[in-house]
Design a protein around this ligand. Structure first.
Ligand SMILES: CC(C)(COP(=O)(O)OP(=O)(O)OC[C@H]1O[C@@H](n2cnc3c(N)ncnc32)[C@H](O)[C@@H]1OP(=O)(O)O)[C@@H](O)C(=O)NCCC(=O)NCCS
Length: 255
């Protein structure tokens, strides 16, 4: 499989793991809109397939109309496989600004899956349990209001999903979410309670998730991380993830 095919497969799998509430096909691109969740992943155009029939400038204008009608700036998620190749230059010429560079890393599942260290136990459910939500909120310092909208988003995921809670000596400390799309395990929602960090719980949660994915036919894991998130980058490097590519958002400015 070529690097381009790998990157495109990850971009598609990742988009399917954070399914927008509203989507529209604009000349082969996928315009995503999820007003109740601010994440850029679900409120931007995934521009990885391009239909040449329509002139580029018309498509760019159609995207701007799509988001203007929804009171949101037009925004694109651009990766090394975005199409057409000149899209970045065309957006820059229209005054779009680059935001939020995100690193995508991968690792073979066989290199990750390992049995749990002593004192740690895990529970995996197909929908998030109450304990999962409580641990996720506390680990992410998310407000209680974040739950329902994120829960609704989870119900839109169409492929096998594992919500993993890890406990240290019986006390839940960490969460992870895995979404399996063909061979790819997407890792999301990694969090450890602030009081339980640096005790190996995050790494163990990731390894347990990899074991689940291996049992269900997966071969490789990918994840997306903000390069400034030192603890997360540190954790993923420690367990063996290596960089594959970076994506950025290009956002329309009204000034
Ligand atoms: C990222 C996070 C999940 C790590 O959880 P954790 O349970 O503390 O991780 P572990 O104890 O298993 O760490 C394993 C290794 O990762 C690396 N690591 C973890 N935290 C680190 C930090 N703050 N700085 C540098 N390296 C770090 C270390 O190599 C560590 O091994 P060591 O403690 O023996 O040195 C946790 O910091 C967290 O919940 N952060 C907030 C939510 C978040 O950002 N999630 C990730 C989104 S992509």
């Amino acid at each position: 499989v070529s690097d381009r095919a790998r990157i495109a497969a990850i971009e598609r799998a990742a988009s399917g793991s954070v399914p927008a509430r509203h989507t529209r096909d604009i000349g082969g691109w996928l315009a995503r809109h999820t007003p109740e969740i601010p994440t850029k992943r679900a409120n931007s155009v995934l521009a990885i397939a391009h239909d040449d029939a329509q002139p580029l400038e018309d498509k760019l204008a159609a995207v701007e109309e799509f988001y203007a009608a929804r009171d949101m700036p037009a925004r694109y998620q651009l990766s090394p496989v975005s199409e057409p190749g000149e899209i970045r230059a065309a957006l820059t010429a229209r005054g779009y600004l680059t935001e939020a560079p995100t690193l995508v890393q991968s690792c073979a599942l066989s290199a990750l899956a390992e049995s749990l260290p002593a004192g740690m136990t895990t529970a995996i459910t197909a929908v998030p349990s109450e304990t999962w939500w409580e641990t996720w909120r506390a680990g992410r310092r998310a407000s209680g209001r974040a739950g329902p909208a994120v829960g609704a988003l989870f119900t839109r995921i169409e492929t096998a999903t594992a919500f993993l809670t890890l406990a240290l000596h019986g006390e839940p400390t960490s969460t992870a979410m895995g979404v399996l799309d063909g061979p790819w395990l997407g890792v999301f929602n990694m969090a450890t309670l602030p009081s339980a960090r640096r005790r190996g719980a995050g790494a163990a949660a990731l390894r347990a998730l990899a074991a689940w994915a291996l049992e269900h036919g997966g071969t490789d894991a990918y994840l997306q991380v903000d390069g400034d998130n030192t603890p997360a980058v540190g954790l993923y490097e420690t367990v063996g993830f290596t960089p594959v590519y970076e994506y950025v958002y290009l956002t329309h400015t009204s000034t």
